[in-house]
Design a binder for this molecule. Sequence first.
Ligand SMILES: Nc1ncnc2c1ncn2[C@@H]1O[C@H](COP(=O)(O)OP(=O)(O)OP(=O)(O)O)[C@@H](O)[C@H]1O
Length: 414
Amino acid sequence: MKVTFCTDLDKSVVVANCEKRGWVQVGPEDDWLIAKKEDGYKSLFSVDSGYRMNDNQIINHFPNHYEISRKDLLVKNIKRYRRDLEKEVTFVLPADYNMFVEEYRKAPQSTWIMKPCGRSQGSGIFLINKLSKLKRWSRESKNPFQPQLSKESYVISRYIENPLLIGGKKFDLRLYVLVTSFRPLKAYQFKHGFCRFCTVKYDSSVAELDNMYVHLTNVSVQKHGSEYNALHGGKMSVQNLRLYLESTRGKAVTETLFDQISWLITHSLKAVAPVIATDRHCFECYGYDIIIDNKLKPWLIEVNASPSLTSTTANDRILKHKLLDNILSIIIPPCGYPDVRWNKIPSREAMRDFDLLIDEDLIHLQEEMETGDKYTVKQTMYRWNRYALFNCCRISCLPNKLKPNLAERCVLEL
Ligand SMILES: Nc1ncnc2c1ncn2[C@@H]1O[C@H](COP(=O)(O)OP(=O)(O)OP(=O)(O)O)[C@@H](O)[C@H]1O
């Protein structure tokens, strides 16, 4: 069977990885099997378009991935998830200024970070430490606090003022997570990833509040700084971070930190799973941005549905090629071509450098095994043995108490 692919992203990581498998590139009008369509893909899911994907077509987006990748919607979903599960009255997403002020007044010394919901790459972000600064900005900006005059909404998050520093500099982590299904949830975490460093030493003083080279770790911001080093691109591998932490803080706490990160990712996915439109044709790779504070607590900053495949360094290129290669290896069933009737359980070899984060099919199997429901013990053992090949320890070590460390946020309609 000839496998064809269609992409509107003319990147060698995509094209080379597909061609390596003998797949043939086609245009959007032709038949395609795997597509990366940033803008046009939505029409594929619309009822009105009359288009129906067949069993051998798959696409690297879920129809409404914005539920996880839009800053305000991620907050809403995580808060709803925490309320549902913990039954605790948490701070409900306010869409208005007054509720933010109430929150602000509880700790008037703290710093907040303002981010436009619909933008990226550090654009439009600024820090505030005084309500008056926010008021002034509101007055001076074109659209004051009158939602009816403006479409742009902002999230305002409590600023993590005590980030873990290496060499005196702030950094964040970029990790990759592949989701092949939301219901049941099936997700894999890529072993590789990197830290992105600021080029200027961290300084939380008011004088440096507007210095984005101190506070924002985005490469798109840092590469304009005079200290930017194009050779390493201000990046360090996650493996080297692990080694650094093991030697400075110890093995056990480092292990706990990385377990907490996996736990945070898993629960952010569980939070949005009920609202994502499931479609067997879809898979998606997310770029997770995480900040670690100096107490080694991880904080989820943002989830990107189209993480950058641009390479700023040689190591970057290697990592992104491997990422694409390993994603394709997981999503293609053993027969070698896409088939949505497949149970989406890749072999251990096919998982390559991805670790299983969660597979609810496997959890259900485990429950069946424990309760003896539905299957005879023998049948279950047979099925379970097949799946037990996988590294499922992450599932069983997930703590029950749910407190995803999403930087506390309010949404302001401006
Ligand atoms: N709550 C926070 N506390 C401390 N630093 C933060 C916080 N939120 C964001 N940052 C810093 O600001 C940077 C930009 O934030 P964020 O990634 O949310 O915005 P973005 O412009 O959408 O970036 P991207 O292009 O990665 O989507 C982060 O990489 C991080 O360094």
